[in-house]
Design a binder for this molecule. Structure first.
Ligand code: HEC
Length: 100
């Protein structure tokens, strides 16, 4: 019985994990500054955070955030690796979006 409970707990864990749990937010922060912030800031009076916090922001969910990062990456030809996208997601979610 105890073993079953442990097994169920293990199976249940991924679904409960926070979005971008595998991402490294510190690495994402550095990458955002390097690749993303200047372009965003140019459109929002020099404040690169505003695009993520504006009232009518486009991203409404953790999935949406992952899609937006992936979309920007391929549209802009930034050539980011999947782990870069996860790191960016972790940073943006922890700092601005705060999806659970
Ligand atoms: C060449 C300019 C440019 C670069 C570089 C760029 N973006 Fe963007 N990004 C935009 C523009 C413009 C929008 C707003 C689109 C809109 O409002 O419809 C946007 C929107 C976003 C949003 C949605 C914000 C919201 O409304 O919730 C996210 C997230 C985002 N970008 C992530 C990134 C990330 C991460 C990078 C770097 C890897 C990046 N972008 C690089 C131009 C850029």
């Amino acid at each position: 019985m105890k073993r079953l409970a442990v097994l169920l707990a293990l199976i249940g864990t991924p679904a409960l994990a926070a979005p971008f749990a595998h991402g490294n937010a510190a690495a994402g922060k550095a990458l955002e500054k390097e690749k993303c912030a200047a372009c965003h800031a140019g459109r929002f009076d020099g404040d690169s955070g505003k695009i993520y916090t504006r009232a009518d922001r486009r991203v409404k969910s953790a999935d949406g955030l992952a899609q937006q990062i992936g979309g920007c990456n391929s549209m802009l030809g930034l050539n980011l690796f999947p782990e870069d996208e996860a790191n960016l997601g972790a940073f943006l979610n922890q700092t601005y979006y705060k999806f659970k």
